[in-house]
Design a binder for this molecule. Structure first.
Ligand code: GLN
Ligand code: ZN
Length: 762
């Protein structure tokens, strides 16, 4: 009877770590204050798992910022620009790498696989010197031990660490990062030896890159690394943990033949082939299988009966004493504790399990497997599963029918994009190089107060509407003064681009504390999609019409697209993702049509998160892109040629998915362009063939820096070298909500001047 948790959220049930970090960064509290909060959080997490009966409790899954950065610190791989002079890495150097400091920018951050978590990318090269510079793993092990909890220390595995890193500045792009294996393994050896000396009997290496498409060179690195560590690992039980998908068959062979490894962790939730692999390809005799049956990526209560039968079939393969019940991945990708949800009604609550509840589920499954089934607990779980299946709040026949009817049709607008653009131009009469913005304008403290007070019913609807109207009017007047061609209303009524829509759609629920770490101290609170999605009432039409009535220039309607709403929510697991996405698409379609009927001639449907939903393995890309792009087209397939559809995406690295982007068949695409100009060229060229309008952001809104008109004009010139004048739009690269008016006004002034200057030169 054994249970294991891959990792646990660090932020605390009420984001205690976030507030402690931010107060420390602001100089409002001391390092000791911060350490105290962290120590208390760790202690309570260990205690909670121990009390629940978990046998293999992880340590070193806590982090002040990020576990990959912790590994960089452990290895002493501090980039030169931080002027670290050796010794144990302290908060100064650590947070400088994470966040930058007055003189040096931060290290790059990127998405952790297909999650919404972001890690700090190691910067390595032939000259990187490695040394054992952070004893965090050993310290945490000892700290737990002193509390009476013998933990499994967790390290980011050496091969994944290298595969997730990038060549440092000045190092050639093709530098073989895996060649550094022999340089980092000595540090790993020191850490392992110290853990052993401190009394550890287990160690966990997270090697999630094993679920990716890896070539034989990369697989060979796993064999080499774990062979090299064999002597120091002897005497320890060694768990290699994988997650987020199944391990491909070739990699599975390599993995299960590592002789220094005694246990393997697999994701049985996203890894839909895992069970088949273990039962058909076999499992090495005498080794442990850590079966990740409880979903670490979602908030749904586990279907315990189904998990139990999965576990029983695995038990038949690996043997009773070698099967360990676990989570599919670290629980850091789910919310922390359902206990703090006071807003949710008890029916919906009975369908959910956050991290704290998942720990209990894992333990209950382990006990059941060992013949000590808690019948009452299982019965309550079965009842909740049944209530979820049959609840009228989940199923809406009409929506189901409408979504089913979508199959078999492509949903394309009848006319091609060039003809549509001509028809639109006759009505819109825009200058060449039309200027626009992406949607939001600065969100002031005052604005947030108005929204908060309206929500809390402290001000009346009338007062609220008046305040928002005033704000819209201000934003409209400003854009007219700036002489922008296609206006926006500024989104003052929106807190968040997904939440705003979720709150008005049926089938969505919202938590009070369901926060998930996104990066550093930043957390997001995704809505929960629990039922069939429909749109009872128009969501944006009133505001868009109001805004349009304030100006004779075209006002863009502003919507969040179905794929983005899906990808930024906790999605129901009782039907395929694409079905949920189609339902959202139909709801947005109604909104698009109502906007058009309300006289809105330009409608932007943001798909900021389309790319991040891309599956980890190439073989699955085509299917995802197909339904994602189809969903987008559904939203606007039935509008008139004269209505102009824009879409916006917060990235420009879509070389590999450019054909899908084109297949969305939008009239105008605005994208981010602050980083990869060079890559973007190829996208542009495709754009030329396609003929749609393209607005590659002419300046970076993520920085407070105000670009000069010359600089922007120069940028436009460079774009015109590749693009036809008649398809180029001039706009910032994303929404302006995080900026201040003191930055936005001069930046947009310069943007418009630059566009006008170039127009005179054409
Ligand atoms: N329309 C949104 C805004 O301007 C788009 C935000 C985004 O792309 N992330 O805020
Ligand atoms: Zn954006």
């Amino acid at each position: 009877m054994a249970s294991h948790i891959v990792g646990y959220p660090r932020m605390g049930p009420k984001r205690e770590l976030k507030f402690a970090l931010e107060s420390f960064w602001d100089g409002k509290s001391t390092a000791e204050d911060l350490e105290k909060v962290a120590t208390d959080l760790r202690a309570s997490i260990w205690k909670q798992m121990a009390d629940a009966g978990i046998k293999y409790i992880p340590s070193n899954t806590f982090s002040y910022y990020d576990q990959v950065l912790d590994t960089t610190a452990m290895l002493g791989a501090v980039p030169e620009r931080y002027s670290w002079t050796g010794g144990e890495i302290g908060f100064d150097t650590y947070f400088s790498m994470a966040r930058g400091n007055a003189t040096v920018p931060a290290m790059e951050m990127t998405k952790w696989f297909d999650t919404n978590y972001h890690f700090i990318v190691p910067e390595l090269g032939p000259n990187t010197k490695f040394s054992y510079a952070s004893h965090k793993a050993v310290n945490e092990y000892k700290e737990a031990k002193a509390l009476g909890v013998d933990t499994v220390p967790v390290l980011v595995g050496p091969v994944s660490y290298l595969l997730l890193s990038k060549p440092a500045k000045g190092v050639e792009k093709g530098f073989p990062l895996l060649s550094l294996l022999s340089s980092i393994l000595p540090v790993y050896k020191e850490v392992i030896a110290e853990l052993k000396a401190a009394g550890a009997s287990w160690i966990q290496f997270d090697e999630p890159t094993l679920v990716l498409d890896l070539d034989s060179d990369k697989l060979a690195a796993f064999s080499a690394a774990y062979a090299e560590l064999e002597s120091v690992l002897s005497g320890l039980n060694v768990l290699v943990e994988t997650y987020f998908a199944d391990v491909p068959a070739e990699s599975y062979k390599t993995l299960t033949s590592l002789s220094s490894v005694t246990a393997y962790g697999f994701d049985l939730v996203r890894g839909t082939q895992t069970l088949g692999l273990v039962t058909s390809a076999g499992f090495p005799a005498g080794k442990y299988l850590f079966a990740g049956v409880v979903d670490g990526r979602n908030i749904w209560a586990d279907d315990l009966a189904t998990s139990l039968s999965t576990l029983q079939s695995l038990e038949a393969v690996v043997g009773k004493d070698k099967l360990v019940v676990s989570t599919s991945c670290s629980l850091m990708h789910t919310a922390v504790d359902l206990v703090n949800e006071t807003k949710l009604d008890s029916e919906i609550k009975s369908w959910l399990a956050f991290a704290a509840q998942k720990v209990v589920e894992v333990d209950a499954l382990a006990k059941a497997l060992a013949g000590q089934k808690d019948e009452a607990y299982f019965a309550a779980n079965a009842a909740a599963q049944a209530s979820r299946k049959s609840s009228p709040r989940v199923t809406n026949e009409e929506v189901q029918k409408a979504a089913a009817a979508l199959k078999g049709s492509d949903h394309r607008r009848g006319t091609n994009v060039s003809a549509r653009l001509d028809a639109q131009q006759k009505k819109l009469n825009l200058p060449i190089l039309p200027t626009t913005t992406i949607g939001s304008f600065p969100q002031t403290v005052e604005l947030r107060r108005v929204r908060r007070e309206y929500k809390a019913k402290k001000i009346s609807e009338e007062e609220y509407v008046t305040a928002i109207k005033e704000e819209i009017n201000k934003v409209v007047k400003l854009q007219e003064e700036l002489d922008i061609d296609v206006l926006v209303h500024g989104e003052p009524e929106r807190n968040d681009m997904v939440e705003y829509f979720g709150e008005q759609l049926s089938g969505f629920a919202f938590t009070a504390n369901g926060w998930v770490q996104s990066y550093g101290s930043r957390c997001v609170k995704p809505p929960i999609i629990y039922g069939d999605v429909s749109r009872p009432n128009p969501m944006t039409v009133f505001w868009s019409k109001t805004a349009q009535s304030m100006t004779s220039r075209p006002m863009k309607g502003m919507l969040t697209g179905p794929v983005t709403i899906l990808n930024w929510s906790f999605v129901r697991n009782d039907q395929p993702r694409f079905e949920t996405c189609y339902q959202i698409a139909l709801a947005i379609k109604k909104e698009v049509e109502d906007l058009e009927a309300g006289g809105i001639q330009v409608i932007q449907i943001d798909e900021a998160a389309l790319r991040e939903g891309l599956p980890l393995r190439k073989a699955e890309h085509a299917f995802y892109l197909d339904w994602a792009v189809h969903s987008f087209r559904i939203t606007n397939c039935e509008i008139q040629d004269t209505t102009q559809i824009h879409t916006h995406m917060c990235y420009s690295n879509f070389n590999d998915i450019i054909h899908s982007i084109i297949d969305m068949d939008a009239d105008v695409i605005t994208i981010e362009n602050s980083r990869s100009d060079e890559k973007l060229l190829s996208v542009f060229r495709e754009g030329v063939k396609y003929g749609a309008g393209i607005g590659p952001g002419v300046y970076d809104i993520h920085s407070p820096r105000i670009p000069s008109a010359e600089e922007i004009a120069d940028r436009i010139d460079k774009m015109l070298a590749v693009l036809d004048t008649n398809i180029l739009w001039v706009n910032p690269d994303c929404g302006l909500k995080t900026r201040k008016y003191t930055e936005v006004k001069p930046a947009l002034t310069n943007m418009v001047s630059a566009a006008k200057l170039i127009r005179t030169q054409l």
